[in-house]
Structures are given as C-alpha cells and as structure tokens.
Design a protein around this ligand. Sequence first.
Ligand SMILES: Nc1ncnc2c1ncn2[C@@H]1O[C@H](COP(=O)(O)OP(=O)(O)OP(=O)(O)O)[C@@H](O)[C@H]1O
Length: 346
Amino acid sequence: MIRLDAVSKHFAPRGSEAAVTALKDVSLAIPRGEIYGIIGPSGAGKSTLIRTVNGLERPSSGVVRVDGVVISGLDEAALRAERRKIGMIFQHFNLLSSRTAFANVALPLELAGLSRQAVRAKVMGLLDLVGLADKAERYPVELSGGQKQRVGIARALATDPKVLLSDEATSALDPETTRSILALLAQVNRDLGVTIMLITHEMAVIREVCHRVGVIEDGAIIEEGTVRDVFARPRTATARSFIGSLPGREPPPAIAARLTPSPEGARQTVLRLTLSGAAAGAPVISALARRLDIDVALLGGQVDSVGGEPFALLYLGVPTANWASGAVTSVLGEWDIRTEVIGHVA
Ligand SMILES: Nc1ncnc2c1ncn2[C@@H]1O[C@H](COP(=O)(O)OP(=O)(O)OP(=O)(O)O)[C@@H](O)[C@H]1O
C-alpha cells in the first residue's frame, strides 16, 4: 500500500545554516491493512518521512508510491486528488476553531462537492464511529484533547481514505486518553481495513497498536521488524534504549541498589528474561527449581501484550554458582528466551 524506494531528502542551506539531510536512502514497504510505526529521536526525520507519503514534502531523490501511484511524481492538481485517499491526523489536531465538530468533519466533503444531505449522513456516521455523535454542535474549544483528536480522525476518514497517516497524534494526550485513541485507530484499521502509518517517539504507542516498526536515526532506517521481534531482540542501541525507557523495564530499585558487576564472592546472580510469543508461558521458575534443585527468587516482572502477543519480562535471582557452571543457561536454553545478566548480589 505504501512503498518508499531509496528516498532521500536534503534541505538547502538557509543563510549561515548548513544544508540538512533529513532522509538518507530510506526504503520500506507497508502492506495493505498493516499498522506500521516509525520511532526515532527528535530530529531523526520522522515528520519529513511521513510528509513524503502524502506529497507535502517532495523527495530529493527516490520514489514514493501509495497504492501503486507514484506520489513523488505528481503535479499539484493530481496530488490534491490523490490526497483524498490519504487521511492525516496531527499532534495538535489542526481543527478550525470557528467550525463545530460537525463542520470540521464536513469540510473535506463540502470541498468534494457532496450535497448537503449526503454530507449530513456521512458526517453523522463518522461522528458516531468515533463516539462523538452527541458533540456534533460543539466547537473545538469546548472539547477535551481526546475528543478533538476523535474529530480529527473522523475528518481524516471523511473521504474514505485507504491510508491514514498519524503524526504524533497522541503526543499531546495523557496516557489513558492515548490508549483510547490508539484503540480507536486499531478499530479503524480492523473494521475499515485502513492501512495506518504512524510516527511517534514513544515505544508504548508502538507496543500498543503497531504490527511492525521501523527505527529511524539521523534520517536512516536502522532497524525494522515485527513489533514482537524488535521487542524481544532489539539489534541497535537506539531500539534498546527506547524499549528500556518503558515503565517496568528497569530492575526493581531495591535490587538495583545492591547489584555489583562482578560475580566474585556473590551469592545471587540477577537475570532479566525476555519471553515472547509461545515462550511467554514457559514454566521457567518451576523448571529451574525442580531440575537444578535450587531456589529461584522472583525479583520483579511484567506480563504484557506486545504486537497482540503475550510478552513477559522477568527478573530472577539464581545462585551464582549454578549460573557460573552454565546449568541455568542450559535449562533456559530449551526455550526461545533472551537472557541477560543484570549483575550480582553478595
Ligand atoms: N523545511 C525544512 N527546512 C530545513 N530543514 C528542515 C525542514 N524540515 C525539517 N528539517 C530538518 O530535517 C531534520 C529532520 O526533521 P524532522 O522534523 O523530520 O524530524 P523529526 O524526527 O520529526 O523530529 P521531531 O520528533 O523533533 O519532530 C531536522 O534536522 C530538521 O531541522
């Protein structure tokens, strides 16, 4: 549905400023029906990347296609027509303050020349879909952030787009509202079959709603995969640090304060186990205890869903001697589990 081939974007120098390369040779393919997330630090090129998809930004080189149409090659008139198939939502909602919720959603339909009756039916259907049928006559100033974004989503869907682009759509919202907006995006994807490309700087957004993720840094995609694989086995320091910043990923503070890097003289070795997919239910604690006849301490953990699959992160304490002999690794090796040594406790 969306395909970028070797897309680069350079911004010409302005005044005394140096030229900027915002995108470097980016290639990616997003199949129909997928929710694809792009995550990266500030200035990495996320906005520039998503703006090439609806033609708001023209690549310096490379080709952008949406549903087979070469977006990067269209003139302005053709681009305007093509943009009706590509909805977009924004961090700050971009609603017209002088128009009610109804009139904001109606705008793209009025521009498309629909009759008043057709506009009314379509807009009420969309406001119903986003849960705002009773707020049709409210102005943006009378709506909460989450409600404003719901109006933004309804407006983006007005022209029945095949693709929805989301530019940090939940960054201005609190965690609970964020979850409800992401649930709405998942529903739009599932029920209407809309392909979604979203950009974010929050790994929690990727975990909640995306099927696949691309990590962008300095204008280049440095890592890509299913959300589950990237969470279970991040390959780059950037992906690791985004995942590490999620709540619950750090060892419990009481343990962290006592950790030493050397196993010398230690009694207990602290392991962080990442269990995903089928391995998430692996009976690791009982297997270690029974087979090695050792005490295993559960020091912390989190069981979640990542990319729609179970995902567990466990902090275990095992006797250092058993760890050093390789016995623990050999039991854990029976499952597809990522095991890291966090440190040792005397
Ligand atoms: N119109 C422009 N003219 C000149 N430079 C630009 C322009 N737009 C973006 N840039 C530069 O391109 C780089 C990438 O910017 P972009 O906005 O795509 O990053 P981002 O990952 O979306 O950042 P953020 O998360 O902070 O919004 C930055 O160095 C930025 O300063």
